[in-house]
Design a protein around this ligand. Structure first.
Ligand SMILES: *Cc1c(COP(=O)(O)O)cnc(C)c1O
Length: 836
C-alpha cells in the first residue's frame, strides 16, 4: 500500500495502541481518547448533531461509524492486496445472507470492545441503548442464508480472498407478529433509518438486460449469435465489510440493488415495442424489493428468476471487469471459483457461457471447459419439491439466449450419456436437464450438476442420499464429482458473542486459541470431571436463562420459570421438521395431568420454547403455528398444571433472538423425519452452547451423535432405511393412532376443541392431515419420541450428570466450526489457499 492511498487520519497511529489492536497499522480509534474523538467527529460531521441533542439512533450511527473507520484502513489494504496478488479467490453466490446484527460482530473482529466500552462510559452513553437501535439485515429465510453468513465470516478469518455476492433486498424476511395466535406478516423495513454498514457505489453499476430475442450474424465467416434484449435495469453495488477475527483482514460482501435505467432503448423504441419498454422500466426497481419468504418450497415466480439472473449476471460482470487488461480467459479457473449456494444462482452457468462464446468469441468447447472449472454446486435439500425448476416458457421469454445455451449443453450432455450407457431412453429422460412433466422445464439442480466441477451435500448422510437417491445416474456418470462438506457455524457469533459467560469459562480453562481452532475445545473434556468446573458451567447456564427471561420479558412480556428445564425448538416452520411431534409431546404431558393419571407434582418442570416463521402461503404450517399458540394459552392458564409446564412462542425468530435463546437452552429439539433435513445448523449451535440434543438420525445429527457419544444424546425414531421400508410396505398413520393410547388421547384432545374454545373445526385439518396423510410420519415416530423424552426427564433429575454431558457436548463439537467447513471446501473443491 502506498501511503498516499489512504488518508493520514485513518492510516497512522494516533497514540499508544491497545494490546488487541492490529499492529502495525492502528486506526484512529485504537485508544480510548482516539475513539471518543472519532465518535464525536462522526456525530458532529456525519450526523450533524452535537452530543447533547443526539438521538439513540444518531449515537448508534456515530458509534458504528467509528468502528467502521477503524476497520476501513484494513479493508482498503486488503482489497488492494487481493488485487495486486492476482491470487485465486472465491466468489460465493448466494441469494440469501442472514447476517444478524453487525455492530458487536465488527467490534469483536476489530478487538475494540474494551476501548469502545470505556470510551462510551466516558461519554456517559449506555452501549446497550445503541445496540438496540440496530435492525438485523434479515436477507435470508433460515439455515441456507445463515450458512452463507457463517462462511464469509470464516473465509475472512482464514484470510482467503472472497467476495460474497447477493441481493440487497429492500425488505428482508417479514417481521412475524401474532394476532389471536395466528401469524400476521409485517414488512421488514430494515433500511428505514439507514444502515451505517453499507457503501453504495452507483458509479460501478452494471446494466443487466432481459427479454427480447436472439439473432445470428456473420462475423468474418463465422456464424455467431447475439442476444437482442428488450429491457434493462441497473444493478447498483452496495459493499459491506466482512472482517476476519482479530487478523486485520477484511473481505467484501457485495449486494446488488436494482434501479431503473433512464436511457431509452432505441432499438425497442424503433421496433414499436414502446409500451413493453416503459412497463419494464417501471418494474425495474421491483427486482430487489423483497426477499421471497419461501424456505424449501420455491414458487417458480417470474420475479424470482429475474432476481436470480439480476444478481448473478451483475456479479459475474463485476468479477470479469476486475481482471487486468488482456487477461487470458483460459486462465479464468486459476483466478476464480463461483460457488453456487443451492440452485438459486445456477443461471450463472449459461451466463458465463454466453459471455465467453457470444461476447469474447471463444469456441464453444473451450468456453465449456472453462465454465465447468469455474463453478461448483452445493445442494441443500432432499425434498423433491424443493428442487428448483423453471418452465421453458418463462425462461425463454426472460432469457432467450440462455435457454438456447442450456439446450445445447443438454444436447451434448445427452450425447455423452448415450455414448456411455447406450440407448437407454428411460435413463436419458431421467437425466435430461429438460424435464417434460408436468410442463417442459429446466431442472436447475441437473444443470448445476452437469456444469459444476464438484457437487457437494451438506452432511455425511445427506451427501450419501444425494448420490444414492436424488442423483444416482449422475453419480455413476461422473465418478468423483460428488463429495461431502458438513456444514458448520461461526464460533465467533454463536459462542463468543452470544455466550460471553461460557466463552470466559472456556478461555479461563484452555486459553483463547479455541476461537480460531475450535477442535481445541477437546481440551475441555478433562474439565468435565472437575466438580468445580461443572458448578461454574451450570451457573453460566443459569445466568443465561435469567438473561433470556429478561429479554423475553422486555420483548414480549414472557417469562421463563425458575428451575425449569428449557426445551427449545427454533427453526423455520415446516412439516418435515415436525413441530407437530413436539406439540404432541406437550399435549400428551398436559393430558396426563388434567386427566389425573399423573400428578402435576410428578412432572419434570419444563418450559417449551418455539420460534418459527411460516412461509405466508404455507397453509398447513400456519395452522400449526396457530395450534402451538392455542395449546400454549390453555396449558399456561390451567391451574391444574401447577405451573410445571409452560409453552412460550416469542414471535419473529431471527438471528438476534437465536443468540439469546440458544445459550440458555438445556434441550435442543432436532426431530425431523430421517432423510429429510439436509444438515441443520441450529443443532450445531445448541450443542456448542451445552444443550443436549433429542434428535433423529438425520442430517448432521448423525455426526453430532457420533462425536458426543450415545450417552450424551437422546436418539429416537426410524432410520432413513426404516422410513423407506415403511413407505414401501404402505404407511397407515391411523394404525399408529389406534395402537398408542397416549397418542390417541393427545390427538383426541386436539380434535375435541379443547384448544379452540370447543370449536372442533378449527384444528380439524391438522388432525386429519396427521391421520390420513402424515407425509412426514409424525405418528410413526411418536412412541419412540415419547420414550426418549421420558429418558430426558429422568436424566435431568441428576443435574450434575446432565452438566457433565453438556460439557462433553461442547468439548466434542469443535468439528462444527464453519472454519473447518471452509478448510474442507478450500482443500477439496476450491483450491484457494489463504493469502498471506
Ligand atoms: C441457525 C439458524 C437457522 C437454521 O436452523 P435449523 O434448525 O438448522 O433449521 C434458522 N434461522 C436462524 C435465525 C438461525 O440462526
Amino acid at each position: 500500500m502506498t501511503a498516499s492511498d489512504i488518508a493520514p487520519g485513518s492510516a497512522h497511529p494516533t497514540g499508544a495502541t491497545h494490546p488487541l489492536a492490529l499492529a502495525p497499522v492502528a486506526g484512529p480509534a485504537s485508544t480510548v481518547d482516539g475513539f471518543v474523538r472519532q465518535f464525536l467527529r462522526n456525530l458532529n460531521y456525519e450526523r450533524g448533531v452535537p452530543l447533547s441533542a443526539s438521538s439513540d439512533n444518531d449515537r448508534y450511527f456515530a458509534f458504528a461509524m467509528t468502528v467502521r473507520d477503524y476497520l476501513m484502513a484494513r479493508w482498503l489494504e486488503d482489497v488492494k492486496r487481493q488485487r495486486d496478488a492476482q491470487a485465486k479467490g472465491v466468489a460465493y453466490l448466494s441469494a440469501e445472507y442472514l447476517l444478524g446484527r453487525q455492530l458487536d460482530n465488527n467490534l469483536l473482529a476489530s478487538g475494540l470492545g474494551d476501548i469502545a466500552a470505556e470510551a462510551m462510559a466516558a461519554c456517559g452513553i449506555d452501549i446497550e441503548d445503541m445496540r438496540a437501535q440496530e435492525v438485523e439485515p434479515g436477507l435470508g429465510n433460515g439455515g441456507l442464508g445463515r450458512l452463507a453468513a457463517c462462511f464469509i465470516d470464516s473465509l475472512a478469518t482464514l484470510g482467503v480472498p472472497n467476495t460474497g455476492y447477493g441481493i440487497r433486498y429492500e425488505y428482508g424476511i417479514f417481521r412475524q407478529t401474532f394476532q389471536d395466535g395466528q401469524q400476521v406478516e409485517q414488512p421488514d423495513s430494515w433500511l428505514k433509518l439507514g444502515s451505517p454498514w453499507e457503501f453504495p457505489h452507483p458509479e460501478a453499476a452494471q446494466t443487466i438486460t432481459f427479454g427480447g430475442h436472439t439473432e445470428t450474424y456473420d462475423d468474418e465467416g463465422v456464424t455467431r449469435t447475439r442476444w437482442v434484449p428488450a429491457w434493462n435495469v441497473l444493478a447498483v453495488p452496495y459493499n459491506y465489510m466482512v472482517p476476519g477475527y482479530l487478523n486485520g483482514r477484511v473481505n467484501t460482501l457485495r449486494l446488488w440493488s436494482s434501479r431503473a435505467t433512464n436511457e431509452f432503448d432505441l432499438r425497442v423504441f424503433n421496433s414499436g415495442d414502446y409500451e413493453e419498454a416503459v412497463r419494464a422500466q417501471t418494474f425495474a426497481e421491483n427486482i430487489s424489493k423483497v426477499l421471497y419468504p419461501e424456505d424449501s418450497t420455491p414458487q417458480g415466480k417470474e420475479l424470482r428468476l429475474q432476481q436470480q439472473y439480476f444478481f448473478v449476471a451483475a456479479s459475474i460482470k463485476d468479477f470479469l471487469e476486475s481482471l487486468p487488461e488482456g487477461f487470458d480467459l483460459a486462465e479464468l479457473p486459476e483466478r476464480i471459483i463461483f460457488q453456487l449456494n443451492d440452485t438459486h444462482p445456477v443461471i450463472g452457468v449459461p451466463e458465463l457461457m454466453r459471455i465467453l462464446v457470444d461476447e469474447k468469441k471463444l469456441e464453444w468447447d473451450a468456453a465449456w471447459q472453462i465454465t465447468q472449472q469455474c463453478f461448483a454446486y452445493t445442494c441443500h435439500t432432499l425434498l423433491p419439491e424443493a428442487l428448483e425448476v423453471w418452465s421453458v416458457d418463462l425462461l425463454g421469454r426472460l432469457l432467450p439466449r440462455h435457454l438456447e445455451i442450456i439446450y445445447r449443453i443438454n444436447e451434448e450432455f445427452l450425447i455423452a450419456v448415450r455414448e456411455r450407457f447406450g440407448d437407454d431412453e428411460l435413463r436419458l429422460r431421467n437425466m435430461s436437464i429438460i424435464g417434460e412433466f408436468p410442463e417442459r422445464s429446466v431442472r436447475m439442480a441437473f444443470l448445476a450438476t452437469v456444469a459444476g466441477s464438484k457437487v457437494n451435500g451438506v452432511a455425511e448422510l445427506h451427501s450419501q442420499l444425494l448420490r444414492d437417491k436424488v442423483l444416482p445416474d449422475f453419480d455413476e456418470f461422473y465418478p468423483g464429482k460428488f463429495t461431502n462438506v458438513t456444514n458448520g457455524v461461526t464460533p465467533r457469533r454463536f459462542v463468543r458473542l452470544s455466550n460471553p459467560g461460557l466463552s470466559e469459562l472456556i478461555t479461563d480453562a484452555i486459553g483463547t486459541g479455541w476461537l480460531t481452532d475450535l477442535e481445541r475445545l477437546r481440551e475441555l473434556e478433562v474439565y468435565a470431571e472437575d466438580p468445580s468446573f461443572r458448578e461454574s458451567f451450570a451457573s453460566v447456564k443459569a445466568a443465561n436463562k435469567r438473561r433470556l427471561s429478561e429479554v423475553l420479558h422486555a420483548r414480549d412480556g414472557l417469562e421463563v420459570s425458575d428451575g425449569h428445564m428449557l426445551d427449545v425448538m427454533v427453526k423455520r416452520l415446516h412439516e418435515y421438521k415436525r413441530q407437530m411431534l413436539k406439540l404432541l409431546h406437550i399435549v400428551t404431558e398436559y393430558e396426563s395431568i388434567v386427566s389425573g393419571r399423573v400428578a402435576a407434582g410428578d412432572v419434570t418442570p419444563r418450559t417449551f420454547i418455539f420460534g418459527a416463521k411460516a412461509a405466508p402461503g404455507y397453509v398447513n404450517a400456519k395452522r400449526i403455528i396457530h395450534l402451538i399458540n392455542a395449546v400454549g394459552s390453555v396449558v399456561n392458564a390451567d391451574a391444574r398444571v401447577e405451573g410445571r409446564l409452560k409453552v412460550l412462542f416469542p414471535p419473529n425468530y431471527n438471528v438476534t433472538l437465536a443468540e439469546r435463546l440458544i445459550p440458555a437452552a438445556d434441550l435442543s429439539e432436532q426431530i425431523s423425519l430421517a432423510g429429510k433435513e439436509a444438515s441443520g445448523t441450529g443443532n450445531m449451535k445448541f450443542a456448542l452452547n451445552g444443550a443436549l440434543t433429542i434428535g433423529t438420525d438425520d442430517g448432521a445429527n448423525v455426526e453430532i451423535r457420533e462425536l458426543v457419544g450415545d450417552d450424551n444424546f437422546f436418539l429416537f425414531g426410524q432410520t432413513e432405511p426404516e422410513v423407506e421400508a415403511l413407505w414401501a410396505k404402505g404407511y397407515k398413520p391411523s394404525d399408529f393412532y389406534q395402537a398408542d393410547d397416549g397418542l390417541r388421547r393427545a390427538m383426541d384432545l386436539i380434535a375435541s376443541g379443547a384448544f379452540s374454545g370447543g370449536d372442533r373445526s378449527v384444528f380439524e385439518p391438522v388432525v386429519s392431515n396427521l391421520l390420513y396423510d402424515d407425509r412426514f410420519m409424525v405418528l410413526a415416530d411418536y412412541s419412540s419420541y415419547i420414550a426418549a423424552q421420558a429418558k430426558v426427564d429422568a436424566a435431568y433429575q441428576d443435574q450434575d450428570a446432565w452438566t457433565h454431558s453438556a460439557i462433553l457436548n461442547v468439548a466434542r463439537c469443535g468439528f462444527f466450526s464453519s472454519d473447518r467447513s471452509m478448510r474442507d471446501y478450500i482443500e477439496r473443491i476450491w483450491h484457494t489457499p489463504p493469502l498471506l
